[in-house]
Design a protein around this ligand. Sequence first.
Ligand SMILES: [Zn+2]
Length: 486
Amino acid sequence: MKNIFGLVVLVLVGLFLVIMLRTLMFSPPYFEMEEQVAFDVDAGLVAQHLSEAVRFKTVSPPEPQRREYKPFDDFLAWAEATYPKFHELEKTVVETHTVLFKWQGTNSDLKPILLAAHYDVVPVVPGTEESWDHPPFDGVIADGQVWGRGSLDDKSGVILMMEAATLLLEQGFEPERTVYFSFDHDEEIGGNEGAAGVVKLLKEQGVQLAWSIDEGSFILKDMYPGMDVPIASINIAEKGYMTLDLVAHGDSGHSSMPTKDASIFLLASAIERLRENPIPGGLEGVSLDAMDVIARHMSFTRRMLFANRWLFQSVIEKELSKVPPMNASLRTTTAPTLLSAGIKDNVLPGTATATVNFRIHPRDTHEGVIEMVRQIINDDRIEIIHWDKGSVASGESDSQAAGFEVIAKVSRQMFGPVVVIPGMTGAGTNSKHYASVADDAYRINLLVVGPEDIAGFHGTNERISVENLGLGTAAYAQLITLGTVE
Ligand SMILES: [Zn+2]
């Protein structure tokens, strides 16, 4: 008995030592501080330009045929007048309002790169106009910020790229590699004209890009609990998109004699089951690579958990699942977004419909998720209808390739000691198009944002700081400088 007790103590002490040793070894990797690079940027002027750009109501409506083209024409004319030097580059108009610029490199043996951004914006949700501190299309500059729809998503991208290129053109800079710039007009409704048109054109010309960079992430500040350094999440993949209608077929009739099988009861149970049973997920692939870097900068307890995943994997996954952005990186997410049923308060409707949106993790397929949903609901009175619009998750770009390294280096040079991770974008971006003509497609805007800024993304009080615009312009100039050499 004494021997067994002694053995248990020995094993526990051994386990404790292993856990502690692994935790102590689980520290941030050492990297040389990059020398900070300075460009002579007039941030106030960049802000002024973005402010003017915001005023064009280049709204992408849900149905493309409802698009009003005048603001798009006006925006493009304004850009040409504001950035004349940039507009001396070879320009091609694609699918009506996307513009592709080509800055010819001195060495045509090298694969070109592409910088892309979109200048269409999402509508302001009707009824929320009054909640904006400054009207969404006035381009007000106040409190050190440029306010308005598109200031973050993604007119700032377009403006910074034109500013950066102009800066370099004025300095007489000549890229070795050819640089393309694509400014897209329909990203918010899928990019099936603009980005798809650019891809078609490049394919026809036999152009294969070394890499592309487009929106899909930022340099994130205060976004992860316990992290005091900003994180440059250079996203190498994006999730897919699928929408299902769940149609409950239940008892209809007069509301004075309801049954338990009324369609709305059936539908409510089905939705409740989806809430209680998320699509299975796990920490692996890109999400694991990212957390492996982030966790090294966290508190001792968190480091201990991550350093000993062999023991704590399920605890970690459970904890991560409680934080929505983390949860989204672990699994295909389930989001009920629309409900409809009934015509009158005293009539039991025979059918009730819920629309549920899923963001498909790379490990899942549409068919696989539909089957899981069927099993979770487990009720053949619920019909499942698959919307045909959707997309599969992207492939993964290389987080060791030269393009990734350049973006990482520029992030450190321009924004100080940031932690660089590979990441995955939860929403769809035009990279799903560009990836087909690029060896690697990266998704990040070189701007520092925090939780409050992110809230404005497709939301209320969208804005970007003037300081950011200055740094961002310099960052893109440096990206073009370093990204175009062999
Ligand atoms: Zn966007």
